[in-house]
Design a protein around this ligand. Sequence first.
Ligand code: AMP
Length: 196
Amino acid sequence: MKPVPSFSLCVYCGSRPGTDPAFADAARQVGDWIGRHGGQLVYGGGRNGLMGLVASATLSAGGRVVGVIPKALVEREWANQDCTELLVVDTMHERKREMAERADAFLALPGGIGTFEEFFEVWTWRQLGYHDKPVGLLNVNGYYDGLLQFLAQSVDRQFMGPWQMDLIVSGDAASELLPDLVQAGGVTAADRLDAV
Ligand code: AMP
């Protein structure tokens, strides 16, 4: 019987690689970390860009990968048949629900509007109490500096409370952010996280 994954992390990231090789490095580091710690990646199920890289790094490091892709995107996003489990769903709403339900925590890497939308959705769901799972933002090479500044001024101008900002955990190093996020997700594998 296959071992049960010690945690399940949902990663949102670009379907493109972006210009900076640091983005691809970060995606590989995240996948590698998940695999080495006996975890499961939940993601959008494509082979393109950072999405494909995080999935292949997870698999190479021995992790489990769940891809969730709407049928309309199977060809466009080049559905990843290497996934341990590839769920082809009817709609984007179903994809997002499956991904959210199967995760203990969420992490956004650099990406485009799809990534932003997914990140903001799980963040807003968290503030409304629809879930209590941690939400992380990996700020690789300052990619999200502008967004974080904008959000800070939204707090200054009192459209947001500081407590809402406190619901997201951001950092620039995957190796520091990942253990915090996964442990905040109530994962029981703390001993393994320390050990590897
Ligand atoms: P992007 O960050 O734009 O490269 O997109 C990353 C992923 O987000 C891709 O798998 C897109 O299919 C997905 N995506 C795009 N729009 C949405 C949306 N409204 N809700 C959820 N995922 C989306």
